[in-house]
Write a protein that binds this ligand. Structure first.
Ligand code: SF4
Ligand code: SF4
Length: 438
């Protein structure tokens, strides 16, 4: 049997660099990289957890959206990641195509693949079956381990007759093994009352779902803890997304500086907001010093450890923008959460709690006279922060609702309604500017 070639980060870097070098420069560069190879080791997954009733042992750190880079996908699998999350619409199908190219050379049974179908547009049992067959084609596989309803908008969709009938047929054909759904809170096309908790608890009660994908993080733990506990009781697999807090300190600091640099005239409201944010930035520096935190990365790592520390969590899906991201997340596999980390996170949550718009929330949305989808816009803003600017801006441009430009002339009813005292009025204006480069 042909031996599997391991493509790690260094190998990838080496291959990429060789293409643009030549002669003595190339030789010395290769020698240096080989020397580094001998002294450094790529991190590996250290822990596998049982994914609910599927019984599959999945790596505690998983591969989330964004798989266009095949070399990175190869490196993830080599590092021991065996759970890949994708969807029919990620990169308009390009994510699934890249995954297909990589997994066809691997032991298919050792990898758990989840894909998702959005049920927002009109659909029938037959159209869902046809769309699943397209996913299978792109993935170049005979079966999908778990097929999910993508960002399931409400309890009615949890019960969708067409979806469940399609799944029964696909399961009987061996094309789909398990069924799941994802949710990260209210969406522009659903009732804000249809919270993440409500939708996911309905799915757990329904009994036909084997895996759920949800947003859960220490800054908004109350929104996921109950779901995780019930899923554990029902032996439903749990995969997490959006575990890390936005790098609030840096974002706020940059936003303040950029707005000042632009020299644009701002409303009194926005001036007041900036001053509040500046004060928070100063408090942020004190906070960092007090806890000896060199950069927000430590908070980010602690946030992932916080999620891994919950025994009801089976795996944490991360999006990797580059090899550094990937290695730093994989290093956290199997790691434990110390009392000190717990204290740091508690202090962080207290210091920044009112500057953080919770994902999966939307409690303020019914108070907006213009039906602006606050939660969704702040989610796109989060994608922007994750360095997925194009994706975030495209999503925002395609939002079929009123956008946050309308907030410029509003009194900010959403802000008065937010139970967490988030200055959301100004944050929406800031998000609109970023997402449109206005
Ligand atoms: S502003 Fe407050 S109420 Fe509105 S979505 Fe954010 S956290 Fe929830
Ligand atoms: S600022 Fe006004 S228009 Fe904008 S989301 Fe809040 S209530 Fe709606």
């Amino acid at each position: 049997m042909k031996q599997k070639k391991e493509i790690n980060r260094r190998q990838f870097m080496k291959n990429s660099s060789l293409c643009i070098m030549g002669g003595p420069m190339l030789l010395s560069h290769t020698k240096r990289l080989e020397k580094e190879d001998a002294t450094s080791e790529s991190p590996k997954i250290k822990e596998y957890r049982t994914l609910g009733r599927t019984g599959f042992k999945v790596s505690d750190i998983a591969a989330g959206e964004h798989h266009a880079n095949k070399a990175m996908l190869e490196a993830m699998l080599d590092a021991g990641i065996n759970y890949i999350d994708t969807a029919e619409n990620y990169g308009n199908g390009r994510d699934e195509i890249a995954i297909g190219e990589v997994i066809k050379k691997r032991n298919r049974k050792s990898i758990f693949i989840t894909s998702k179908l959005s049920l927002r547009k009109k659909y029938t049992k037959d159209s869902l079956i046809a769309r699943t067959r397209k996913c299978l084609e792109r993935l170049q596989t005979d079966y999908i381990d778990c097929l999910m309803i993508h960002a399931c908008p409400n309890v009615k969709t949890v019960k969708s007759k067409a979806f469940h009938e399609a799944m029964i047929q696909l399961k009987s054909e061996g094309r789909v093994r398990y069924v799941g759904l994802s949710n990260h809170g209210s969406n522009w096309d659903s009732d804000p009352e249809e919270s993440m908790e409500k939708v996911l608890l309905a799915a757990a009660e329904d009994g036909r779902f084997d895996v759920v994908l949800l947003a859960y993080k220490f800054m908004a733990r109350e929104m996921g803890e109950k779901v995780l506990k019930i899923c554990n009781e029902e032996r439903i697999g749990t995969t997490l997304m959006k575990t890390d807090p936005i790098s609030l300190y840096l974002e706020i600091k940059n936003s303040v500086e950029e707005t000042k640099k632009e020299g644009k005239e701002v409303s009194n409201y926005y001036k007041n907001l900036l001053s509040r944010l500046e004060k928070k930035s100063v408090a942020g520096v004190d906070f960092m010093k007090q806890f000896n935190l060199i950069n927000p990365k430590e908070i980010q790592d602690a946030a992932i450890r916080f999620a891994l520390n919950n025994p009801h969590v089976n795996t944490v899906c991360k999006t990797y923008n580059n090899f550094d991201d990937m290695e730093s997340y994989i290093k956290l596999s199997g790691s434990h959460y110390s009392k000190l980390s717990e204290k740091k996170l508690a202090v962080y949550a207290q210091a920044y709690g009112n500057l953080y718009c919770r994902h999966a929330c939307g409690l303020c949305e019914p108070y907006c006279p213009n039906n602006v989808p606050v939660n969704t816009i702040m989610r796109y803003n989060h994608y922007f922060s994750q360095k997925r600017e194009k994706h975030a801006m495209l999503k925002y441009a395609n939002l079929p609702t009123k956008k946050a430009d309308i907030c410029f002339s509003c009194k900010g009813y959403c802000e008065t309604a937010c139970p967490y005292d988030v200055p959301i009025h100004g944050m929406l204006i800031q998000a609109h500017r970023r997402l449109t480069i206005a």
